[in-house]
Ligand binder design. Structure first.
Ligand code: HAM
Length: 416
């Protein structure tokens, strides 16, 4: 009897994704769109390692208990150092800015598109590894910086083809909430409960919200009627002056991280099938104080690729996949492979992306492979074509053919 070895699963690790060419093509489109908008606003790209000392997420000020205790991938390395796969980029960029505070020019505009890891229960819009555009501005207290951050976010949405009806920008204020807590005389613990309750508001019923507010000694209806805080009002006015109108104050926008200190915002999808927060950010005054005494204020946001893809998918805004390869060269028989190779090489020299079949399978199967790869054009190299120096270029979508001499092939593809 032959012993059957148990085979490994082809599934990726739980909550992470494989990027097959179509996924990677979409991802590249996402990166290119993020980059072009961020750069248009004067932001420059940086990068850092996935690995950070775990202390970065434990120190007072950076704390987010749920994140640190339950959601990080943390391990001890061979040198007994506690290491964490970054769950977000903000502490890292704060560290980098603090490290070079004397050399860097302020206001400093930075962006990055890192992968980040969170041990969350995988579900729609939530995975264990995602890629997150981070756009941050350091060293300006001006509310114009908060408004700029929101404008970058809105322009990215537009660059993806979204209109103002497709999403809504809801703005809140930590300053306002902190003042409110002080006024009501809520202690730290009840203050935290209040913030958590606001953060969960959209996930619970109105009745539960009212009851829990009441337990904290707050009257929900009168809380909801408080006037728009002055910082939020100013940011909304600035954002509107930039031609962005789908913004409004929402007192329940608080954001999960403890480091936010000022204006905070979340962008919501308005589609009934995907009615959820897409991404968000805000002002954080003290994060660089983890590294030295003089804090540098920061304002920015993080935009994940998973929620963005869902958003585009629901709205039919995903671009159609087209491989970079323009032409597939099939061969009538293996004898034609050397000719196919030289023709391909001539075309490549002129800038055409060409893949060659090596004739392992019969012609019909070679053509099937070209179709599976979604290559738009096919050319068959056989003895007749080589002798006559004329090739039929087949459009694999329509089936139509164009007869061309060898020297005219490149210009045909370059003019597409
Ligand atoms: P965050 O809200 O935790 O903020 O994450 C920002 C965005 O990343 C989310 O709105 C969502 O688009 C995406 N995201 C978060 N967790 C997951 C997940 N498990 N799976 C898929 N996507 C996810 C921050 O991380 C802040 N550091 C952002 C920031 C930058 N604030 C200022 N600057």
């Amino acid at each position: 009897m032959t012993s059957k070895k148990e085979k490994l699963s082809t599934e990726p690790y739980k909550g992470v994704r494989d990027f097959y060419p179509e996924d990677q093509a979409f991802f590249n489109y996402l990166l290119a769109t993020y980059r072009s908008v961020a750069e248009r606003f004067g932001y420059v790209e940086y990068h850092a390692s996935i690995l950070e000392p775990s202390d970065l997420y434990k120190s007072k000020g950076a704390e987010n208990e749920e994140m640190v205790n339950e959601q990080t991938y943390t391990f001890v390395d061979r040198g007994q150092r506690e290491v964490t796969l970054r769950p977000e980029m903000t502490p890292t960029v704060a560290r980098m800015v603090a490290a070079r505070r004397r050399e860097l020019g302020f206001p400093l505009r930075l962006f990055s598109i890192p992968n980040v890891f969170r041990y969350e229960r995988p579900q729609r819009g939530r995975l264990r590894e995602h890629w997150q555009l981070n756009v941050d501005l350091f060293g300006s207290k001006s509310l114009a910086a908060d408004a700029e951050s929101i404008a970058v976010a809105a322009d990215i949405m537009r660059a993806f083809g979204a209109t103002e009806d497709d999403f809504e920008i809801r703005i809140g204020s930590r300053t306002f909430l902190n003042n409110f807590l002080k006024e009501k005389g809520l202690d730290e613990e009840r203050g935290r409960k209040f913030i958590t309750l606001l953060d969960r508001r959209s996930k619970i019923s109105a009745g539960d919200f009212h009851t829990q507010m009441h337990e904290l000694g707050i009257d929900a209806p009168s809380f909801d009627q408080l006037p728009v805080p002055s910082d939020v009002a100013e940011v909304i006015e600035l954002v509107r002056s930039l031609g962005i109108h789908n913004v409004r104050f929402d007192s329940s926008i608080v954001r999960g991280f403890a480091y936010y200190t000022g204006v905070v915002f979340e962008v919501f999808d308005t589609h009934p099938d995907n009615n959820r927060a897409l991404f968000g950010g805000g002002r954080y005054d003290n994060l660089t104080a983890l590294f030295d005494d003089e804090p540098i204020t920061g304002v920015g946001f993080g935009m994940g690729d998973v929620t963005m893809r869902d958003f585009l998918e629901v709205r039919g805004l995903l671009p159609a996949y087209l491989p970079p390869t323009k032409l597939y060269i099939a061969v009538a028989s293996v004898e034609n492979v050397p000719d196919a190779l030289t023709i391909a090489q001539e075309l490549r020299a002129q800038g055409v992306a060409v893949a060659v079949d090596f004739g392992d399978k019969k012609l019909a199967d070679q053509i099937k492979a070209a179709t599976k790869h979604r290559v738009p054009y096919l050319l068959i190299v056989g003895q007749n074509e080589v002798t006559s120096n004329t090739f039929a270029v087949r459009d694999l979508t329509s089936g139509s053919e164009t007869k061309l001499s060898r020297k005219d092939l490149a210009s045909f593809f370059l003019s597409l």
